[in-house]
Design a protein around this ligand. Sequence first.
Ligand code: FEO
Length: 404
Amino acid sequence: MGNEYSPVELAKGVYWVGVVDWNIRDFHGYVTPKGTTYNAYLIVDEKIALVDTVKSHFAGELIKNIQKIIDPTRIDYVISNHVEMDHSGSLPVIMRLIPDAKLIATKRGKDGLCHHFNGMGCNEWNFEVVETGSELSLGKKTLMFIEATMLHWPDSMHTYIKEDKILLSNDAFGQHIASSHRFNDEVGDVMDAAAEYYANILMPFGSQILNYVDKVGKLGIEIDMIAPCHGVIWRKDPAQIIAAYGRWANAETVPKVLIIYDTMWKSTERMGKAMLDGVRAAGVEVKLLNLKKNDWSAIIKEVLDAPVIAVGSPTLNNGMYPSVAGFLTYLKGLRPKGKKSVAFGSFGWGGGAVKAVENELIAGGFEIMEPGLQIKFRPNKDDFKACYEMGDRLAKIAKISKVK
Ligand code: FEO
């Protein structure tokens, strides 16, 4: 039996040789219900280059894919665009096959690989450090390297095949989709998956993304295809994903309110539903997102283009519900820009959750629109009215926020 998929040719002599991970459902905390792929690329010319590898336990599949095209011992160059182990995990296996090959990385890439693979052969690896604009001729094809600092790690790099106008962009422009197809025109909902990927992986790095887009513009390169290391390849209209990154990096929003909450005895949920009615009556899109019923990664995708977010928590032990605290910790780390927010929740004895939520929102860079709304035990008629009216105010702010 061979492995599941054969290499796919992107252009003459340029092959996808990666693997499809159908079963992964948790990618260091990012929930991946559609699985993912680890895309590696083989460029066959007078010299042969392998760009990126795959997770270590898929090394055998990677090698089998390469063997369908060439004898892997013929590889002259291995290009490591990124240190993280989903792309460099198979390097020790590959480098044992080709100990004389050059291993190309950025300065930080070399440093990261040497630290990670200390004692695993890296002392013998024949590194060549490159920077933006460095070129490598394979014969008829020329590779140009572009540092992509903080897209999404300090070491990240992209490899551009000049003659084919293909950008091998590693994590940037990826999506977590496992598919038997390799190209964006063959599957649906790619932009949706790309937005979720951006929100969960790249949202903290908006200014660096804008710098990168500016840098690529100044290099004057044309891009006919963008081949990331996760998901499908942008063969049809690759400019669309660059434009989307520009919008997301600029924190552009649509008129939309999110009500994100957890609840103990349904009182906080009832508050959220009354708030939802107020937003809806004002004609603005609104989503009610229970933290126990929705994947946090999917909620973060909604946060990406929402200008206004209400966060609700019941009080437990004078503080936030643990699920709300956990979510806000995750959200804070992703540093969404330009968001307005309010806190709400119910309490039984002394309260404390609403203030704690506000403090976390402030720490995460959110602007607090108004003091939080807290009610005792079950919301009564006046409480529902207050929630409804708060929803109306949230909607009005969402309407005038920066829009796409
Ligand atoms: Fe930063 Fe796909 O690893």
